[in-house]
Design a protein around this ligand. Structure first.
Ligand code: ITT
Length: 203
């Protein structure tokens, strides 16, 4: 069988493919590359779950195939959970999908925490993953990844806030880990593995 992952982020497709494979599921995962007319769904909901469902519903409707979408972001304790669902757009550099945008977002968080000591630099990545079937049936799961924020960016792997995020019990940032190491413990890894279990239960 086939499912479509509703993302334009090229790093997410191989990750879901690998996780479904490890779960023993023989499912072809397609990105949106083959669907140039797929709607670009604005993330207008106030929650990760709401946005993941919006995207998955739109792509299931467009393709007629089961669709998975995820919405994710960083919640910073000291900033009362911000940037949260605004993580991709935090610095106001709307619409950019370049490393520049990521760098601007990360610098803004570091600036806002300039006076915050190490013991109050806690943060978590959150990922909601939604599966919508052509029948309209919907499933949502969530993954949370606790850690703390550095004062300087370190590492070149990953994307977004990875250069400033150190997982609980680690000394390296997630940008200093291999993709496999990060996926084994990350919010998206947790959510996608939970989704794989859900798919297996569906048969
Ligand atoms: P799609 O919406 O097309 O899937 P996206 O990259 O914009 O792609 P999100 O809407 O889930 O994905 O936005 C997540 C933002 O949160 C992302 O731009 C990063 O700034 C941050 N983020 C999420 N997961 C992250 C991770 O694993 N490492 C670093 N930053 C992350």
């Amino acid at each position: 069988s086939t499912l479509v992952l509703a993302t334009r982020n090229a790093k997410k497709v191989p990750e879901l493919r690998a996780i479904l494979g490890e779960a023993g599921l023989d499912i072809e995962v397609r990105g949106l590359d083959g669907y140039p007319d797929a709607p670009d769904v604005p993330e207008t909901e106030p929650t990760f779950t709401g946005n993941a469902l919006l995207k998955a519903r739109a792509i299931a409707g467009h393709t007629g195939l089961p669709a998975v979408a995820d919405d994710s972001g960083l919640r910073v304790d000291e900033l009362n959970g911000m940037p949260g669902v605004l993580s991709a757009r935090w610095s106001g550099r709307f619409g950019e999908r370049s490393g520049d945008r990521d760098a601007a977002n990360l610098e803004l968080v570091l600036d806002q925490l300039a006076d915050t000591p190490p013991e109050r630099r806690g943060a978590e990545f959150v990922c909601a993953a939604a599966l919508v079937l052509p029948t309209g049936e919907e499933h949502v799961v969530e993954g949370v990844f606790r850690g703390s924020l550095t004062t300087e960016p370190r590492g070149t792997n990953g994307f977004g806030y990875d250069p400033i995020f150190v997982p609980e019990g680690e000394t390296r940032t997630t940008a200093e880990m291999s993709p496999e190491e990060k996926n084994a413990i990350s919010h998206r890894g947790i959510a996608f593995r939970a989704l794989a279990r859900r798919i297996r239960e569906l048969g």
